[in-house]
Each structure stands twice: as structure tokens, then as C-alpha cells.
Design a binder for this molecule. Structure first.
Ligand code: ARG
Length: 419
């Protein structure tokens, strides 16, 4: 039983295999006297990672002293339950960041709770610091899902520097690979890769070339090419006509678009905890999907629905960014989003060029584009005579106001006269 946390005997830790969570396993055992179960969730963080890589991570947790170490494959669930909704909502926090980390935390929280029940644990733990958003997302999610579980945050409590953590890992013989000693804090999943700390903490410093993994330099891009993305009710379902599940499509599209240097984001971001931070992301697949999806919406959504949806998309992104995945407003907004997607079915042609992915064509069985109404050619079916009366009534109130109340405009200068 723990002195620091009375009543806590066994803890399930959200384990990434990284330096902090590895040291946290042993640190909680040493300082809090608890048993630790390490739970790693595969959310697609290393697209090339195979079973062997996850076995290495499992063994690292056991070497650190965990009584059990488990890996669960959360990729399909992340794609279908979280990323697909983000695509439907065209979600980009502050207009730019497609929510990568914000989408995985509520999923990992769900698995933490399930593991805590399986192992009879009284608490769950995460390895977040006190300065970030991820602690907010974990804890708010956990409190919504399992208010009876205690939440521990060793990394927030311990006050160790990165160098301290590396030293402790050595002292406790926890097998840390050289890659864990890089100065960056990296979080990744199917939707993209987030890079923080190190040299990029200086907002004036350009991101060093070494940080990129999913995107090539634009100068190294191959010759232009095209892909066709198919959507069904707002969800991406095909690539060049072939059916592909979203959790497989994302890494494929990452490779395709990433090769052109598409998908890098470098921004100053407002964290929930009040800090402005310099964030660098690479999300080639996710950004290409969102661009294609919103283009297909422009073809299939009625105007008022589309405009109202655009207003709510920002709200959706804010909520999810702020850790409120499990909230009544997110659910209500998703009910609205879902309703809007009924006819967002069709295909989008995307042309890949060095540094950009541009939509160059779209088609939908229930698209609202009506050639006979839009054309300026001979087969025009638009009733031109209706336009004159419509425009006159549209401007009628302004015309009346102008006649009765509008202030005099300064005279238009004569040609050649200085204003
Ligand atoms: N700023 C981003 C967010 O709040 C990325 C967080 C990345 N997390 C990390 N542990 N490096 O979603």
C-alpha cells in the first residue's frame, strides 16, 4: 500500500516505451510502493513497427519492474471511432493542427480503464508533464469514464530533468535506446506526428532537417502524380478505386503525400493550460484527407448546412483539443456532423506536386452541382428573367435606407484631381 497515495495498491500506467514512462514504472514502485501494470496502446505511432518492436517495448517495461506489460492494438478503433469523426468535422485546431494527439488520448483512456478493471487496479497513471494538454485529455476522459479510479501523474510530480531521467534509467538498468535520448518530445499516431522541445523551442529557429520522418524535402519530390480518394458518408473508403480501411489508408497516404513534402505544419499554438508553444507537425495523409473531404462537401452540402457546419467545425476542434471528447456537447455536435454526411459520398482527384496536394476534380452521385444551372453555354436552363426581380427585392431595404437616411459620401474626385 502506498504512503503517498493511501488506498492505492496497483496502478495501470499508460506506457509508451519512451524514457519518461519507462523511468516512471520504477519511480512509482520506489517512491510510492505500488505495483505497476504497463499498458501500451498501438495507435500507429511507428508505421513500420512490427510485433518484435512491441515485444522490445513490453520487455523494457518488465525490466523497469512492471508486474505485467501488455500491448493492445488500438489502430482500427482510433481510425474508425476518432479519426473518421475528425475528418467528417474537417477538424483543425486554430485553423491548422489536425488534432493528432488530442484524438488518441480519449482512446488510450478507455483502454486504461478496461485494463484497470482486468487487473483489479485502484488507480491509473499517465506520463504527462504539468505543462501540456495531454494531462488534461487523459484526466478529463478518465473522470468521465471511471470516476472511482484514482489518477496518478508521476512525471508531473517528480521534478526530474531529462538528464536526470536518463541517469536514473542507467542506474536502474532500464534498457533505453539511443533514440530515446534525442532532445525532442515526440507523439505520434495514425493521424500524424507531433514534435516539441529541443531546438524548436526557439520560435525563430527553423525546424532542423533531422526532425522529419513522414515528409521528404520538397526538393526531393518525385514527378507529379494523382490519387483518387473515395468517400462514403464522409468517411474515406477507397484509394484509386480500391477499398481500404482508414487505419491502412492513413499510413499509405502518409507515404504517398509525404514523398512530396506535403503535410508539414510549423505553428505557435495556444495550449489549454495558457502557454503559447512552438509546435511542429507532419500529417501528410490526414491533411490530404481533410482537404479532399471538405472539397467533396462543397459539392454535396446545401449552402446553409455547409456554412453552419463550418461554424461548428471550429467548436468541435476546440472541444476535442481541450480534452472534452467525452462530453455532451461533443456528442451533440457529432450528431449534427453525422446528419450532414448523408450524401457526402463520392470521389476526389488529388494532384500531388512538390510541396502541395491540390484537389483537381470531384464527383458525387448526389452532388448538388447542376450543369444546366451553372453553364454559360447554350444548354443553360437558368431563368435569367427571375434574376432581375430577385436582385431588386434583395436590395430593396438598402435602397430605401439609402434614399432616406444615408449620410452624404464625399464627392468622387474629378479625373486628374487629387482625392
Ligand atoms: N501540442 C499538441 C497537442 O496538444 C501536441 C502534443 C504532443 N504531445 C507530446 N507529448 N509531445 O495536441
Amino acid at each position: 500500500m502506498s504512503d503517498a497515495h493511501p488506498g492505492v495498491r496497483k496502478v495501470v500506467l499508460a506506457y509508451s516505451g519512451g524514457l519518461d514512462t519507462s523511468v516512471a514504472v520504477r519511480w512509482m514502485i520506489e517512491h510510492w510502493g505500488v505495483e505497476v501494470v504497463a499498458l501500451a496502446v498501438d495507435v500507429g505511432q511507428s508505421p513500420g513497427a512490427d510485433t518484435a518492436a512491441w515485444e522490445t517495448i513490453r520487455h523494457r517495461a518488465l525490466a523497469a519492474g512492471a508486474v505485467a506489460a501488455e500491448v493492445v492494438d488500438g489502430r482500427e478503433e482510433l481510425a474508425a471511432g476518432f479519426v473518421a469523426r475528425a475528418v467528417k468535422a474537417n477538424a483543425r485546431y486554430e485553423g491548422r493542427y489536425p488534432l493528432v494527439s488530442s484524438l488518441s488520448r480519449p482512446l488510450i483512456a478507455r483502454h486504461l480503464v478496461a485494463a484497470a478493471r482486468r487487473h483489479g487496479a485502484d488507480a491509473v497513471a499517465h506520463g504527462c508533464t504539468g505543462k501540456g494538454n495531454d494531462q488534461v485529455r487523459f484526466e478529463v476522459s478518465l473522470r468521465a469514464l471511471a470516476p472511482d479510479l484514482r489518477i496518478l501523474a508521476p512525471v508531473r510530480d517528480w521534478g526530474l530533468t531529462r538528464a536526470d531521467a536518463i541517469r536514473l534509467a542507467g542506474q536502474w538498468a532500464i534498457p533505453i535506446t539511443a533514440s530515446l535520448e534525442v532532445p525532442y518530445s515526440i507523439d505520434e499516431n495514425l493521424a500524424g506526428r507531433a514534435i516539441e522541445c529541443g531546438a524548436i523551442e526557439d520560435p525563430w529557429a527553423a525546424p532542423p532537417a533531422e526532425i522529419w520522418e513522414r515528409t521528404a524535402e520538397v526538393a526531393d519530390a518525385p514527378a507529379p502524380s494523382e490519387v483518387v480518394l473515395g468517400f462514403e458518408r464522409g468517411v474515406p473508403t477507397t484509394l484509386d478505386g480500391d477499398p481500404v480501411a482508414l487505419h491502412e489508408l492513413l499510413p499509405r497516404l502518409d507515404r504517398i503525400a509525404g514523398a512530396y513534402g506535403v503535410g508539414r505544419i510549423d505553428m505557435i499554438e495556444n495550449r489549454r493550460v495558457g502557454i503559447k508553444s512552438r509546435e511542429v507537425y507532419e500529417c501528410p495523409g490526414m491533411l490530404t484527407l481533410i482537404d479532399a473531404h471538405s472539397d467533396l462537401e462543397a459539392l454535396t452540402l446545401e449552402r446553409d448546412v455547409m456554412h453552419e457546419k463550418q461554424r461548428l467545425e471550429g467548436r468541435w476542434a476546440d472541444l476535442v483539443y481541450d480534452g472534452l471528447w467525452y462530453s455532451p456537447l461533443r456528442e451533440a455536435l457529432d450528431a449534427f456532423m453525422e446528419e450532414t454526411q448523408r450524401h457526402v459520398t463520392g470521389e476526389v482527384r488529388v494532384r500531388l506536386e512538390p510541396g502541395r496536394a491540390a484537389v483537381v476534380g470531384r464527383r458525387a452521385p448526389r452532388g448538388l452541382y447542376d450543369y444546366a444551372l451553372a453553364t454559360y453555354e447554350a444548354d443553360d436552363a437558368f431563368r435569367h428573367a427571375d434574376a432581375a426581380g430577385f436582385v431588386r427585392l434583395w436590395g430593396l431595404s438598402v435602397e430605401t435606407w439609402a434614399r432616406r437616411q444615408r449620410r452624404e459620401e464625399p464627392a468622387v474626385p474629378e479625373p486628374g484631381e487629387r482625392p
